[in-house]
Design a protein around this ligand. Structure first.
Ligand code: HEC
Length: 130
């Protein structure tokens, strides 16, 4: 990505993302493959380490069936899908699977897409699966 404030807006701000991760931390940790706890959070949701490039619903966490199906259908976490997901997980899965009965175990909805972009930048700063 290029230089300047436009590119910065698109790529998100890591420091802001770290602060915003507090919203996710009650349910999510970030623990590296080596076992290093970058964020020691709750266990209600899956580990978010290496999310970029990861197939949805594929950690050792017990997911709901819809997000696993989405992964089987080819959903790999990238910024655009991530932003859409965190602002409304259920609506995202309904649209992805084209199935109105799709459900999400994540009840939380982030209010602002711009916050999601910053959180993405923070997550990616710890590594990706690409
Ligand atoms: C109240 C608890 C809770 C909060 C708060 C929460 N989540 Fe989740 N999250 C979950 C649960 C539960 C799942 C598993 C969803 C499923 O199985 O359908 C999940 C799944 C996810 C996934 C899919 C991961 C994968 O392995 O495919 C992502 C990405 C995600 N959450 C991001 C976030 C982000 C970013 C935030 C903060 C803005 C957040 N979540 C806040 C509970 C939460």
């Amino acid at each position: 990505m290029g230089q300047g404030c436009v590119a910065e807006g698109l790529s998100g701000n890591v420091a802001d993302g770290k602060k915003l991760f507090k919203k996710c931390k009650s349910c999510h940790s970030i623990i590296s493959d080596d076992g290093i706890a970058i964020e020691k959070g709750g266990k209600a949701g899956p580990n978010l380490w290496g999310l970029s490039g990861r197939v949805s619903g594929t950690t050792s966490y017990r997911y709901g069936s819809s997000i696993v199906k989405a992964g089987e259908a080819g959903l790999v976490w990238e910024k655009e899908d991530f932003v859409e997901y965190v602002v409304n997980p259920k609506a995202f899965l309904v649209a992805k699977l084209k199935d109105r009965s799709a459900r999400s175990k994540m009840s939380y909805k982030l209010k602002k897409a711009s916050d999601a972009i910053n959180i993405w930048a923070y997550l990616v700063s710890h590594g990706s699966n690409k």
